[in-house]
Design a protein around this ligand. Sequence first.
Ligand code: AGP
Length: 608
Amino acid sequence: MCGIVGYIGDKDINSVLMASLWRLEYRGYDSSGVASVMDGDLDVRKMEGRLMNLQEILADKPLSGNIGIGHTRWATHGEPSDQNAHPQVGCKNKIAVVHNGIVENYYSLKEGLLKRNHFFKSNTDTEVIAHLIEENYENDLKESVLKTVSQLKGSYAIAVISTEEPDKIVVYKYGSPLIVGIGKKENLIASDIPALLDHTKDIIIMNDGELGIISKNKVEFFDHEGKKIAKEKKKIKWDAESLEKGDFPHYMLKEIHEQSDVIKRNIKLKIKKNEFDFGENFNFSPKELANLSHIIIQACGTSWHAGYIGKYLFETFARIHTEIDISSEFRYRNPVMDGEPMVMAITQSGETADTLAGLREAKAKFLKILSLVNVHNSTIARESDSTIYLDAGPEIGVASTKAFTSQIFQLYLLSLYLAKLKWTLDDSEIRKKIENIKKLPKKIDKILAKENEIKEIAKKFKDAKDFMFIGRGINYPTALEGALKLKEISYIHATGYPAGEMKHGPIALISEGSPVVAIATKSSVYDKMLSNIEELKSRKAKVIVVGTEGDKIIKELGSDAIYIPECEENLSPILVSIPLQLFAYYIAVLNGRDVDRPRNLAKSVTVE
Ligand code: AGP
């Protein structure tokens, strides 16, 4: 949610800032801007709309100088407009600020500043930061930033440049992510790793309450009282190539196609001679895990759907009572956490504010925290007691695809491990399941080869206004995910339901031609699903059935059938999700939607 970048060095400031902003566009894309300092002047360019607008202005009127900051915005305070785009500047045009987060006490701060004759040019909360730094400035930018942040409430990662001290970017982090990239005779700052990868793989991750002074040849860090602190450098594992779209028209399609490789990689990393290896960040002892009284999973959106599938897996295989909650609800409902529970946070980005708040809530109650995270060293990974990485590689498309199937994979494996520790499955059963897992990549490839078939079905349904997705058992959450995928990228209304629940109300929505996607793979609930599909057919719904290869019945029952290879019921959400992702993708593309950057959304939701 909003991406900030900064650069100091000898490269062309325009191209470095723009390239970094393109890498962070997934964090918000309703307006953008950049600023630099040159010959004692602040130079700012900012524009409403997509980054391309800013790029065009810069091509016409480039910035000059060796120091600059940039921002790509997801509006919180003030509608998307040129004025509300960042950087925001103070009255004297000496201070420029980019900000990711929310200043919660901005009304009262603004009131005070107005009384003291500051004039405002935007409706943003960020502008108060620029005015306060200007007001607090007494020949020391570091001190004025420290004084300013002590007046702020909320969450913020900020980068500040000033005409008074043109050789440094001052950054401060509290609640929103901020990373420093260490180069040779150049240094950078960014909200996320992809923005740095073209320049360096050496990074320093800032913690809350830390200030950084970024100069061309050195970086220094201080605590919130201004005392110097030492920070450790880390190496990024991802490479810049993995951030490219390659020959695919969209990141989402590329990421859908990567799923077989993601599962292959995870099999190699995490299953060693039929034993489980969750990596060096997974450090709960077998004894601790065997003694768990229950598991509470909290997550948002797609990650919540994965968690819901996890509930079925933990309960079925390891017989551990598992609760699943949406983080923004979990956080405020004061859940009962007696016994020896483990709280799980599931998140692709590792930065989702609601999930992080849920984690901190659990930590305050001294509970064990395990997180499933894709982005290495992200805040949630760092704040958890143990982490299992998704090893899905960078996911850029706003709609989560490969991270979702990898989350299910990790949950499946973890449930087998817990089953082993709790003796709820014997070794031969576990070995059989591991063999089933190893067959997944080929099966995924088989589904991906049906892309054109799925596109043809999407063509038939592209003008529909309302979709229903139904499933039962472990594929009920898969139905929820199918509906979310479709609505978030196509803007077509879609709802997921447990198939058995239709007759308790939602079936009233069905009339002639209503499109319903029904998951009816061979499983313990297969016959029940067939009955539910019959009920829909009698009301003249058009049912697209996702079923198991060789099943002739579903072909006769549905208007269209998408087949997946036969597989174990508890692994089927991984396979079923793939045609649902492709279906959503093609419906969106056929409707001319910007699938990688759907309206009103951002990949990393760092505000509550
Ligand atoms: C996924 O397609 C969505 N864009 C969204 O629901 C996402 O899953 C949610 O915001 C959680 O993100 P996280 O996994 O990074 O925590």
